[in-house]
Design a protein around this ligand. Structure first.
Ligand code: PAF
Length: 281
């Protein structure tokens, strides 16, 4: 496994691989890797000859400077995990290498990027599209792998690929959870022992809401989630929306779509956690 900081060096390595007829898989990450990332990497390694994992905390997608500063950076531990998984290249560039000048590109993915995370984190998805599109241009992968935990991000990246267009397959991979249900996230590392216990109420509530949804209206199910989280110690609901899984727009009845997903964001102390659950697929 090679750890590469420079774009030109990575390009040269990959162009040699492509000349040999090898397929290339890309797993974009911001590091602080956990079993959720490992599941993406395993799938990429199984489906491609060569796998590149980018390990780069992308400043343009943080609308909160404090969040950017506190984002965990664990390159050495990440490399150990990636080597064990059979990754060929880790791309760990500096901010200057990726953004030698400010990236002023504006990606319009409306209405997918104006709701939920897009509403609460203005500019976030534009930053995600800036880095992901750069990675696609640098790596030119046959396939790129993203987790369904960031459900809205995955939908927006699919839309970007369709619209701009990029010639690759986007592979969405299921959420990986702790044994008690908490969705894996690099941010979980910032939870205190007490907060970690409180955070499990997020997934518990989502799972319970699937049962509720079988016998209740969509509005009642939505209220159940909002009220349960509001009553849970240490948690503060930012939003819970029940949306069409393709358009990400609100639905008001279970008959509105064949693909219905509930997306939630909750603060546990200062730590912002997201999760989602499928009601219909
Ligand atoms: O999901 C993430 O970790 C990031 O948003 C991504 C896709 C690596 C872009 O920085």
């Amino acid at each position: 496994m090679k750890v590469i900081q420079k774009i030109e060096e990575l390009r040269a390595e990959l162009s040699a691989c492509r000349k040999d007829g090898k397929t290339v898989g890309l797993v974009p990450t911001m590091g602080a890797l956990h079993a959720g990332h490992a599941s993406l990497v395993k799938r990429a390694v199984a489906e491609n000859d060569v796998v590149v994992v980018s390990d780069f905390v992308n400043p343009t997608q943080f609308n909160d400077k404090n969040d950017l500063q506190k984002y965990p950076r664990t390159l050495d531990a990440d490399c150990k995990l990636l080597e064990a998984e059979g990754v060929s290249f880790v791309f760990a560039p500096s901010v200057e290498e990726v953004y030698p000048e400010p990236d002023t590109r504006q990606f319009d993915n409306a209405p997918l990027d104006t709701v939920m995370e897009g509403k609460y984190r203005p500019g976030h998805f534009n930053g995600v599209c800036q880095i992901v599109s750069k990675l696609f241009l640098i790596v030119e992968p046959n396939r790129a792998y993203f987790g369904e935990k960031d459900f809205q991000q995955l939908a927006i990246i699919r839309e970007m690929v369709r619209k701009y267009p990029f010639d690759l397959e986007i592979v969405g991979c299921p959420i990986v959870r702790e044994a008690d249900g908490l969705a894996l996230s690099s941010r979980n590392a910032r939870l205190s022992e007490e907060q970690r216990k409180q955070a499990v109420q997020i997934s518990k509530t989502l799972f319970a809401s699937v049962e509720i949804s079988r016998h209740h209206t969509l509005a009642e199910t939505k209220s159940f989630v909002a009220e349960t989280i509001a009553a849970s110690e240490g948690l503060e609901l930012e939003y819970f929306e029940i949306v069409d899984g393709n358009t990400l727009q609100n639905v008001t009845s279970w008959d509105d779509s064949d693909y219905i997903v509930g997306c939630i964001t909750v603060y546990c102390g200062e730590v912002r956690l997201i999760d989602n659950i499928k009601y219909k697929e």
